[in-house]
Design a protein around this ligand. Structure first.
Ligand SMILES: Cc1ncc(COP(=O)(O)O)c(C=O)c1O
Length: 369
């Protein structure tokens, strides 16, 4: 055989970048000979409080029927979400994580040579999805680590199909105001869809209300996730909502049983446990202050965050990541985002934040000057 698989696949795939996830605890423990129980992961913006006990119980219950396919239409979950979002169930699509929904957007909207607008250093999946479908990412420089929505409108042309915007964004943690976002929605031409990624919107005091924009027929679609404040990242479940015609088209691109039964049951129960969400939000606000205060005391620059993580300029992000990992603290180096001097630290519980700050302090003390 003289041909390799690289000769057989679509040539575009050979230049497709690969997503680099936060390192799993087990992998770090294996590599460094550490006890997994001693390793702290603050690398993927997960909820340090875990998930609602009610969600876990509902997920366990769903195990009793795993011989059955899940409800491919996620009927009950859509009903519940529809009533809390005050939209129709037909306006909602459920995905295997909101990541899958971003990919459905790629399937439906992005083809060869189409332009896809995003902020520089925005959540990297926007670029990956664009490239995967032959699209051309058009990155708009940020202003003081915030996305420049006017700048995004300026680069839109007849080839533009989609604008991706997360607010708060990852990894900056910065958010745009609701007013700015509504202005963006108004300014975009009819042939461009705004995908507003609300993965961290539950951490905002005043999350944007898109009902009226959607009702007016504006081209906006919002994604949300159960991976962050709901603490269900391991189950892979997220959703999107927008115009019912758009959802019908997205459903054509979706695998028949994309969301498993355990995830559906747990998500349904998680929505009912409002006190868990409230506790998570409060814990996060306190932890964020703790991390930001600690970083100020260390005299390092950080970006004021509206989410459950904070990014800080530490000298050399990869070296800080390696050094902190040796202390059993996994953070995320931001070189893949063009921020090689930075790391991102997820908000943990009080003692976890303290441990992360101690480890960062000891790394900085080795850097001199
Ligand atoms: C901005 C943003 N959007 C989407 C996601 C995807 O989350 P999930 O696929 O777990 O819903 C993430 C995950 O980190 C994120 O940071």
């Amino acid at each position: 055989m003289t041909l390799s698989y690289s000769d057989l696949v679509k040539p575009e795939l050979l230049s497709q970048p690969v997503y680099q996830p936060g390192k799993p605890i087990d992998e770090v423990a294996r590599e460094l000979g550490l006890d997994p129980a001693s390793v702290l992961k603050l690398a993927s913006n997960e909820n340090p409080l875990g998930a609602s006990p009610k969600a876990i119980a509902a997920g366990k219950d769903a195990l009793n029927e795993v011989e059955l396919y899940p409800d491919g239409g996620c009927y009950r979950l859509k009903e519940k979400l529809a009533s809390s979002l005050e939209v129709d169930p037909e306006q909602i699509v459920i995905g295997n994580g909101s990541n899958e929904i971003l990919e459905l957007i790629g399937h439906a909207f992005i083809g060869n040579g189409d332009e896809v607008v995003m902020g520089e250093g925005a959540f990297i999946v926007y670029k990956l999805v664009s490239l995967l479908f032959g699209g051309i990412p058009v990155e708009v420089p940020t202003r003081n680590y915030r996305h420049d929505l006017g700048g995004m409108v300026d680069v839109v042309n007849s080839k533009t199909r989609v604008v991706f915007l997360a607010s708060p964004d990852n990894p900056s943690g910065s958010a745009n105001t609701n007013e700015e976002i509504l202005e963006l929605i108004d300014a975009l031409p009819d042939h461009v869809l705004l995908v507003l990624d609300g993965a961290y919107s539950e951490y905002l005091d005043d999350p944007i209300d898109l009902r009226s924009a959607i009702a007016k027929g504006k081209r906006v679609f919002c994604t949300r996730t159960f991976s962050k404040i709901y603490g269900l990242a391991g189950l892979r479940i997220g959703y999107g909502y927008g115009n019912a015609d758009l959802i019908e088209l997205l459903n054509r691109t979706r695998a028949p049983f994309n969301v498993n039964a355990i995830a559906q049951a747990a998500a349904l129960a998680a929505l009912d446990d409002k006190s868990f969400v409230e506790k998570s939000r409060e814990m996060n606000a306190t932890g964020l202050r703790q991390l930001e205060t600690g970083m100020s005391a260390l005299n390092i620059e950080y970006i004021e965050s509206s989410a459950n993580f904070v990014s800080a300029k530490v000298g050399n992000g990869n070296q800080a990541f390696e050094a902190m990992q040796k202390d059993g603290v996994i953070v995320r180096p931001l070189a893949p985002y063009g921020m090689s001097d930075w790391i991102r630290v997820t908000v943990g519980l009080e003692d976890q934040n303290r441990r992360a700050l101690e480890s960062l302090t000891s790394f900085l003390s080795t850097q001199g000057g």
